[in-house]
Design a protein around this ligand. Structure first.
Ligand code: FMN
Length: 224
């Protein structure tokens, strides 16, 4: 039985709305993925705020099929670094990455060194729940898991950036080692590993440009 509650956010004047939108765009456009971190502390509350923000994401049938696992434990971060470097060494030096993929990564200058995983104060690993155990012991299959968890991760990244924190969308595939280290069940799939901290004082990032809006946005029918 559905229950409905009133939803009537105030209508914002168009000029104010566009001003806000432009400011948010400029803010998000200043976000970069960081691979050079400082070891400065980040309060746990900031991680909680970012996860709470991610937790507002829309999800298929409101199934909210995500688990965020946070750690600032040195031993756990070390284990994650070691395991990630084993996989990435196989990817980069062992020939597991197909040549086209290697070529795509070349401008980023990435390699199998993941020492930043021990520099950052926090690691948050997002798990996608393929199915979710229910209180009655049954297992509920989830729908649109990838889409839902991807949106939640986007909000998570935006929240971190809003708080002046830096992160990297990291996928040291295959990531099954994260189930083991972080003790997550086989119904959950490691989705993205986020190292979180402040950028190092001498941090640099690849000189990238974003594709023009004209390539990202098409209108049908095309405006004359
Ligand atoms: C799904 C996904 C997986 C990624 N995996 C990695 C990764 O494993 N290692 C890495 O260094 N960067 C990874 N990245 C970061 C991208 O390289 C980065 O977002 C891209 O180069 C654009 O740079 P920007 O985030 O600074 O705008 C990943 C990004 C996404 C969205």
């Amino acid at each position: 039985m559905s229950r409905f509650v009133s939803y009537s956010p105030p209508r914002i004047a168009t000029d104010v709305a566009m001003q806000r939108g432009q400011e948010f765009l400029a803010h998000m456009d200043s976000r970069r993925s960081v691979r050079m971190f400082s070891g400065d502390d980040v309060p746990r509350e900031m991680i909680e705020i970012a996860v709470a923000t991610a937790n507002t994401a829309p999800s298929g049938a409101h199934q909210q099929p995500w688990t965020f696992v946070a750690t600032n434990d040195q031993v756990v971060r070390h284990s994650i670094r070691v395991a990630a470097e084993i996989e990435e060494t196989e990817n980069y030096e062992g020939g597991r990455l197909p040549p086209a993929w290697r070529a795509a990564l070349e401008p980023l200058g990435t390699d199998s060194d993941k020492s930043y995983l021990e520099v950052v104060p926090w690691i948050v690993v997002v798990f996608a729940q393929k199915s979710t155990p229910m209180p009655d012991g049954s297992l509920r299959k989830n729908y649109y898991v990838n889409e839902s968890v991807g949106i939640a991760c986007g909000l998570f990244i935006a929240s971190l950036h809003t708080m002046g924190l830096a992160t990297l969308t990291h996928t040291p595939n295959p990531m099954g080692f994260l189930n083991e280290i972080l003790d997550r069940p086989s119904t959950e799939r490691p989705y993205i590993l986020f190292p979180i901290g402040y950028p190092a004082a001498d941090c640099t990032v690849p000189d990238l440009t974003r594709k023009p809006l004209a390539d990202a946005l098409l209108e049908v029918p095309s405006p004359s």
